[in-house]
Design a protein around this ligand. Structure first.
Ligand code: F6R
Ligand code: MG
Ligand code: MG
Length: 367
């Protein structure tokens, strides 16, 4: 019997701005899933990263299952009720649709799912990021699955030498899913050419090319593509299976030491370094910096172990300092040049209206 890992996450309200959900809110979501998930899901954990709550579930219903998605949606609705009662900020913010239909894709929450026949031991990592967008995973996933600088297995393991298949989505095409499949090492440079554009081309999933076993899944929803306006960044989740024919846990974590600049800092309008943080961390400096957490787990017959907090290690303290230094460096130049996102991203924010008004005041000089 195949096992499905589903992670569904949403920002449904937080304390003191966009910082972290309240304990009562997290408890409500946990209690809801524990009660209503009986007989439907095999196991679950609830985490938060900044203002986003992620429900990680195991079950045997397959991907995009209506009942599983509806239960998660209802858990977020129940949480929203608590958020409203407590007067939390942004209560129900990511629940963009008015009624549930089919699955949560396109309704506001982010979703990533993997379905597989369990190996004798089935280790995996759940990444959850806040104050950024799904393209934040482009570089780490590229480096883990395609670069021997980070993945020694690409030169050492006979299986991994064969490379991986990347499925990349063009999210500017909103009418339907527009995807391309490219394989390493043959298409390495084409993959890089696409993934450099973190706003448009996103890694959606990665597979072993021979048996099509799925190694990774990323939530690729762009909220502004759903809402047509800025409603918060997309704060993506990502699942990666590790070890044996897949990269080792440390090879998946390795690129996060770069703390690359990603979009999503303050008002979703600035570039900031991606800081690896501990599970259940909050948000602070300049509504950021962009953060990513990593929970490592094993699943057996659908049952999950307790999570190991993979960025809770002295090594990552130093990387957090590095990210803070990078944050200060780019913040020195405020709104200027490379500190802010380009107009293609800012067009969903108030600045676009402002520029339209200013445009009317421009005069063409008679020469
Ligand atoms: C939210 C975020 C924040 C907000 C900012 C303004 O995820 O990134 O930086 O954009 O705090 O929020 P509002 O418009 O809700 O006052
Ligand atoms: Mg938010
Ligand atoms: Mg968020």
């Amino acid at each position: 019997m195949k096992t499905t890992l589903s992670v569904i996450k949403a920002d449904i309200g937080s304390i003191a701005g966009h910082t972290k959900p309240s304990e009562k809110l997290v408890d409500e979501v946990k209690n809801f899933v524990s009660t209503k998930g009986k007989g439907l899901i095999a196991d679950f954990h609830v985490f938060f990263t900044g203002d986003d709550i992620a429900i990680l579930m195991t079950h045997h219903q397959g991907k995009l299952d209506e009942k599983v998605h509806k239960m998660a949606w209802d858990a977020f609705l129940a949480g929203t009720k608590v958020a409203k009662e407590q007067g939390l900020y942004g209560a129900g913010q990511d629940l963009l649709a008015t009624a549930f239909s089919g699955n949560v894709k396109g309704m506001g929450p982010a979703v990533a799912e993997l379905e597989f026949e369990e190996r004798p031991a089935e280790p995996f990592i759940l990444f959850a990021a806040d104050k950024t967008a799904p393209g934040a995973y482009n570089l780490p996933l590229y480096l883990t699955f395609a670069s021997p600088f980070h993945n020694a297995g690409l030169i050492i393991s006979p299986e991994m030498r064969k490379g991986f298949k990347f499925r990349i989505v063009d999210v500017y095409h909103t009418k339907a899913d527009k995807v391309i499949e490219l394989v390493t090492p043959k298409d390495l440079y084409d993959i890089a050419a696409l993934l450099r554009d973190v706003n448009r081309y996103l890694v959606e999933s990665i597979y072993s090319p021979e048996d099509n076993e799925q190694a990774a899944a990323v939530s690729t929803t762009r909220l502004h593509n759903i809402a047509g306006k800025y409603t918060g960044k997309d704060d993506p989740v990502c699942l990666v299976r590790v070890q044996k024919t897949f990269p080792a846990t440390g090879e998946v974590l390795s690129p996060y030491a770069i703390c690359p600049f990603v979009p999503g800092f303050m008002r979703g309008s600035h570039w900031g370094p991606l800081m690896p943080v501990k599970l259940n961390s909050s948000i602070s400096y300049f509504d950021g910096p962009p953060v990513v957490s990593a929970a490592g787990l094993c699943v057996q017959n659908g049952k999950l172990t307790e999570p190991v907090d993979l960025f809770d290690h002295p090594f990552w303290d130093r990387m957090r300092e590095k990210a803070a230094d990078k944050a200060l460096a780019i913040r020195e130049q405020g709104f200027f040049g490379a500190a802010m996102l380009g107009m293609d991203e800012l067009e969903y924010t108030g600045i676009a209206e402002r520029l339209k008004e200013l445009e009317k005041k421009f005069k063409i000089k008679e020469s």
